[in-house]
Design a protein around this ligand. Structure first.
Ligand code: LHQ
Length: 264
């Protein structure tokens, strides 16, 4: 395990594990955590040894959003420019995560509030401990859901549930989040890290080039017509069909053996 204090980083057998590590502040985002997390996802993008990412939090929380200790209005000389904070820190992170052509699994180990909830929901497969809660906490301090929340929530939940969560800031428990399709699974607390670790390891040993193309296709669907999407599937399948992993997958099937995928 290496890394600065704020994000622990560990690469093992293709899995880059990123652990938010400000447990006494429920892993809320300060500048150092932002920069370290961004560096982690940049490594995931640039390092061929990384085949999948597992994001989680240290201690009893996943992430409580922006560190409000840094934001005391009584200590400021005037109104803040939160748009600048979003443009400098949150949006680059969300864009980086969304464009990563490798699977991101999120193990939500405890409360996920504000930007912390929406960063979790930006991951590809989200598992949450049964005791975890998702809180669109923004409304409690007069803000708008950010980190993609106003895009993700209505798409997944529809406007009625998205608006109720955003306007009331009521906590959504992990089992309801799973029942509503907001996350993949709620799992017993003591099974979370084993299950998330095994899932990420399985993905990292899989045909990760194909996974990347699959993510690209599913992301494009939000803005495409069916005709456009059918054309895109044709183009991406052409790429996938030329991959070494496709050749290996079919050969292994015909040989009745386990495939050895390389992500190429
Ligand atoms: C915290 C925090 C925190 C600092 C817990 N900051 N210390 C973008 C642009 C720029 C500015 C604004 O924001 C954004 C995006 C956003 O994310 S806005 C939303 C910001 N987040 C929140 O409003 C959530 C604030 N936290 C809470 O409501 C509660 O802490 C939750 C519901 C997350 C957890 O409640 P509890 O389980 O009861 O824990 P706690 O409140 O006792 O917190 C434990 C410690 O963590 C405590 O410190 P202490 O020294 O008293 O033990 C908290 O002060 C600290 N902490 N969240 N965001």
């Amino acid at each position: 395990m290496t890394g600065s204090e704020t994000v622990l980083t560990d690469l093992s057998e293709g899995v880059l594990r990123l652990t938010l590590n400000r447990p006494d502040k429920l892993n809320s985002f300060n500048e150092a955590l932002h920069l370290a997390l961004r560096a982690g996802f940049e490594r995931a993008r640039d390092d061929d040894a990384v085949r999948a990412v597992l994001l989680t939090g240290a201690g009893r929380g996943f992430c409580a959003g922006q560190d409000l200790g840094d934001r005391d209005p009584r200590k400021a000389s005037g109104p803040p420019d939160l748009g600048r904070t979003i443009e400098t820190f949150y949006n680059p992170l969300l864009r980086l995560m969304r464009s990563l052509e490798k699977p991101i699994v999120c193990a939500v180990n405890g409360v996920a509030a504000g930007a912390g909830a929406n960063v979790a929901l930006a991951c590809d497969i989200v598992l949450a401990a049964k005791s975890a809660r998702f809180i669109q906490a923004f409304a409690k301090i007069g803000l708008v859901p950010d980190s993609g929340g106003t895009w993700t929530l209505p798409r997944i939940l529809g406007e009625p549930r998205a608006k109720a969560l955003a306007l009331t800031a009521e906590p959504l428990d992990a089992e309801t989040a799973a029942a509503w399709g907001l996350i993949w699974k709620a799992v017993p607390d003591d099974a979370l890290m084993d299950e998330a670790g095994a899932l990420t390891a399985r993905l990292a040993a899989g045909p990760t080039k194909g996974f990347g193309l699959t993510k690209r296709a599913i992301h494009a669907a939000a803005a495409n017509t069916l005709d456009q999407q059918l054309d895109l599937e044709r183009d991406l399948q052409r790429d996938a069909g030329r991959s070494a992993d496709y050749a290996e997958g079919v050969a292994a099937f015909l040989d009745k053996r386990k495939p050895e995928f390389r992500g190429r």
